[in-house]
Design a protein around this ligand. Structure first.
Ligand code: DQA
Length: 144
């Protein structure tokens, strides 16, 4: 099984940005944690982070025929990007939406998620462990 883990804008600032919402782990810590978890399960994983919407769309398109599953935290593009939604729909790769913070308990403008219309599962509010739960979910989902 091969998973692509995509992080959107400002997630490269983990560890610095708003620790009250996103904790103290850095982006590098996050990658190491997911990689170690996937290694234990013999899942191949690759990582991508960008602050640019079009680059995220390109990466999703490039995943077609290469990856079995996508785990994506689109950051603020969650709440605005029909282009990222359409990209996930275009490739048809099972995709799990992850948010580190509990978005449902935050501002009104964070209550809409476009990516949710294409996601097989949404995980919020578990900190960076949410990505590990997404790995578990996708692995089970793809076995069926
Ligand atoms: C986030 C929540 C978004 O609302 C925010 O814009 C982010 C991070 C999260 O992981 O909790 O950048 O996706």
């Amino acid at each position: 099984m091969k998973f692509l883990i995509i992080n959107g804008p400002n997630l490269n600032m983990l560890g610095i940005r708003e620790p009250v919402h996103y904790g103290r782990e850095t982006y590098d810590d996050l990658i190491k944690k997911i990689k170690a978890y996937c290694d234990q399960k013999s899942i191949i994983c690759d990582f991508y982070q960008s602050n640019h919407e079009g680059c995220l769309v390109d990466k999703i398109q490039e995943a077609y025929g290469v990856f079995d599953g996508i785990i994506i935290n689109p950051g603020a593009y969650t709440h605005t990007s029909i282009a990222i939604l359409d990209a996930v729909k275009s490739v048809g790769i099972p995709t799990v939406e992850v948010h580190i913070s509990k978005v449902e308990d935050r501002e009104d403008f964070r209550q809409i998620s476009y990516i949710r219309f294409a996601a097989v599962k949404t995980i919020t509010g578990l900190g960076t462990d949410g990505y590990l739960r997404a790995v578990d979910f996708l692995a089970e989902y793809l076995k069926k």
